[in-house]
Design a protein around this ligand. Structure first.
Ligand SMILES: Cc1cc2nc3c(=O)[nH]c(=O)nc-3n(C[C@H](O)[C@H](O)[C@H](O)COP(=O)(O)OP(=O)(O)OC[C@H]3O[C@@H](n4cnc5c(N)ncnc54)[C@H](O)[C@@H]3O)c2cc1C
Length: 448
């Protein structure tokens, strides 16, 4: 008999925590998980899933417009935010139920409460109950970071944006990352006046420069406004309840809502980690080795709280690798090379591997192929919006080391193409593949 209440106690039932819990349980471990908000975590409750549903909802604005060119008599349409919001929230609740069901099916004990560490093998629940576990997994995710300035309390974050009572007529979005650009696209399609305000001079750092430029150009054509090098000074609440956003170097901007999409920080505050002796890095992330083990033998961490790559599929892989290694006798190390990513902007971006600039720095001699085209559908729709595909090739080996795309369905196409990049295929391999015509993806095998 074990002297511990559990073999594994997981703090946080998000992407990484749920996967680790159920896999460890399927390997025979006695597992408990604590969740202080809702089962499913950021991705399911207030991230990827509701965001993508809003992206779908938003895209109807263009589809309805384009449908007329394709022969459909479409009467003037009205968008109802509360209907979409409520449908999305209902879907989120349905998924939450499925996640809780999965835990239950695997006999994982679920504590719907906050847990903190009180020892290397002991946690305390919010009601004071203390439980022991041979191993503890920290899977508490990330939290939106909002810079402090006068009136910053008037800004909402991605946590609140899915619950807005009404559609803001004017919204200011602070930040230049993927969340800022995705919500800019969403609100712009819904008819809000959108201004993205950025402290620096570029959007989407980390993505290929040409692709970022293309999104900026298309976003501006669609009516999204940008302010660069414009840090926030203050947000002033007006007598009528609206907001006035004061920026450095710019005129103030009136708004009905301000969304701070200014980054996410590891969710480690008040968890008791440092008190117990778990080392954190300077951003507050749990320091782990490649086996996801922290500086304490009994404590592991996976997902956004470790601040490696903050994406759901990565957190899931880390949770799986942890459970297989520690409880399944199958040591597994996560491979972080060529992780594909997307920005669900309008139009969306998909990318895998090195950008042109990275490849030049790391490989020296490279070849770059681009295809700059107007999708057939956009031509008939009279939509002057060009897609851009870019392939980065290692000159020495002919290997495709990066693919970057902006255009309709780019993430869908990129996921399949990422298999080829991950497998180390060459430009000659792409060329040897017969095109699938007519498609946008065929550009990938026709680049000259
Ligand atoms: C708006 C938005 C859009 C996103 N879109 C995408 C996307 O399109 N694709 C993608 O791959 N990723 C996306 N992400 C990122 C993705 O959501 C995260 O990478 C992923 O959820 C990380 O999983 P995790 O398990 O590390 O943490 P989370 O999923 O954040 O789970 C952590 C859980 O721990 C709980 N918790 C925290 N502290 C405690 C405690 N002390 N006690 C009990 N419970 C606790 C939290 O309530 C939470 O449920 C998005 C994120 C946001 C915010």
């Amino acid at each position: 008999m074990s002297k511990f209440d559990y073999d594994l106690f997981v703090i946080g039932a998000g992407s990484g925590g749920v996967r680790a819990s159920r896999v460890a349980a399927s390997h025979g471990a006695r597992v408990a998980v604590a969740e202080e908000h809702r089962v499913g975590g950021t991705c399911v409750i207030r991230g990827c899933v509701p965001k993508k549903l809003l992206v779908y909802g938003a895209h109807f604005a263009e589809d309805i417009h384009d449908a007329r060119q394709f022969g459909w008599d479409v009467p003037d349409c009205r968008f109802d935010w509360t209907r979409l919001r409520d449908n999305v929230l209902a879907e989120v609740s349905r998924l939450e139920g499925l996640y809780a069901q999965t835990l239950d099916n695997h006999k994982v004990a679920l504590f719907r409460t906050r847990a903190t560490l009180v020892g290397p093998q002991k946690v305390r629940l919010a009601d004071g109950q203390e439980l022991t576990s041979e191993r503890i997994l920290i899977a508490t995710g990330g939290w939106p970071f909002v810079p402090e300035f006068p009136g910053s309390e008037h800004a909402i974050t991605s946590n609140e944006v899915f619950h807005l009572q009404e559609l803001p007529k004017r919204i200011v979005i602070a930040g230049g990352g993927y969340i800022a650009n995705e919500f800019a696209g969403i609100f712009n399609e819904f008819g809000s006046k959108v201004t993205i305000v950025n402290r620096g001079d570029a959007i989407l750092r980390g993505y290929d420069e040409q692709i970022r430029d293309r999104l900026l150009q298309i976003s501006m054509t669609k009516g999204i406004e940008f302010r660069f090098n414009a840090p926030f000074q203050s947000i002033e609440k007006q007598a009528d309840g609206s907001l006035l956003v004061h920026l450095e170097n710019c005129e103030p901007i009136p708004a009905d809502a301000v969304l701070a999409a200014t980054g996410r920080v590891p969710n480690t505050r008040g968890l008791g980690l440092e008190e117990v002796g778990v080392e954190l890095d300077r951003n507050g992330a749990v320091k782990v080795d490649e086996t996801n083990q922290s500086s304490l033998e009994s404590i592991y961490a996976v997902g956004d709280v470790t601040n490696r790559i903050q994406l759901t599929p990565v957190a899931i892989r880390e949770g799986q690798a942890f459970a297989d290694s520690v409880f399944g006798g199958k040591p597994t190390i996560v491979d972080y090379s060529n992780v594909p990513s997307a920005v669900f902007s309008h139009p969306p971006i998909g990318a895998v591997g090195m950008t042109e600039a990275e490849a030049r720095n790391r490989l020296g001699s490279i070849r770059v192929y681009t295809s700059d085209f107007r999708a057939m559908k956009n031509v008939l729709a009279g939509r002057n919006e060009r897609a851009l595909y870019k392939m980065v090739v290692n000159e020495a080996t002919d290997q495709v080391v990066g693919l970057h795309m902006i255009g309709p369905d780019a993430p869908e196409i990129l996921q399949a193409a990422a298999v080829a990049v991950k497998a180390g295929l060459t430009k000659a391999d792409f060329d040897a593949t017969v095109a699938l015509h007519p498609s946008m993806a065929e550009e990938l095998v026709l680049m000259k």
